[in-house]
Design a protein. Sequence first.
Length: 407
Amino acid sequence: MSSGDSGKGETTAGAPDPERPPGALRMGRPFGVPVYVTPSWFLVAALITWLFGGQIDNVLPGLGNARYLVSLFFAIAFYGSVLIHELAHTVLALRFKLPVLRIQLQFFGGVSEITKEAETAGREFWLAFAGPLLSLVLGGVFLGAMQLVTPATVPGVLLTALMLSNFVVAAFNLLPGLPLDGGRMLRAVVWKLTGRPMTGTVAAAWAGRALALAVLVGMPALSAAQAAQIGTGELLTDAVLGAILAAIIWNGANTSLRNARLRERLPELSAGVLTRPAVSVTADTPLAEALRRLDEAGALGIIVTDSAGTPIALVRERAVRAVPEHRRPWMQVSEVSVPLAPGSRVPTALAGEELLDALRAVPSAEYLVVGPDDEPVGVLAAVDVERAFSRAMSGEEILVAAPPPAA
């Protein structure tokens, strides 16, 4: 669907791999996008092997235990089809110049993690439709191949199962509710009609919630209606499966809505808005004197300069709090400051995703905010950005009051 280590992935060279989900195995990088198999996939593969093996025994009873080998081959081939479905999304996203973080194969199918929104409703529609369309094409290919083999044979059974599974994947993903592809297509249609992507997201998210409730109630009800033909065990399995699917769809719809609201608010997250007013002192200034000037000016940050007034460091708030008050007159600000590193200067105009990207590139507790003329404006604290980001996700006002650096 689109849309045994320490938890930190590593590349083949042993370097950290931030793209890798915890515990996942990287299977390759088609089109430059890493593909990962999560631990949950092995559980599903084992379940498919067991269930499908029992069904094969009804059609080909002479296989014996070899039916499980055939069933395992089907499980792998099925997820190969899911990977092709996700690659359709990925290839089109790359064609539209949209970054793709990774592809994951997991419990209920796959996910292509596209980290930027399509620029137009039309592109969003085709980006979503590409996956189900390719699943339909694959189903058609397997249907054609079935005409070349005898039905009651291993190739015939495998081709039939792959044909049906691809048609089911396409049909399921075309259901009109987020986080499914059909939900993204519905979002694109409403976006096109209203001119507002957020309106499309809200409509598709509510459709996803309704779909989740329908799956939760509908799957057990359908099984109950066929209770005479199926056993109690299958009825319970369908009920549990329906509940899991409903939970995945419901949570996916809520996540899509929350992320859309965040993207809408993200441009408000700017360095200029979150800048703390600061005072400038030289490196040999006693800490107590610097804090006195800070309090007198009503500022919330301290910039350390050289004798010519050029910023060279920032006083660390955490370091100041760790110094007992009786020692502050005898310490210089240089002892509680960190030199300005390349990338630690942030323009006031930097906002939204560009601001977050800049901070991720050079992790630090404080940054120097500079104006268009490269003159110091104030200090940006990472904690303020994190707090504003959290408030944006919850729909609150982004502008928040920063705490003073001294205890």
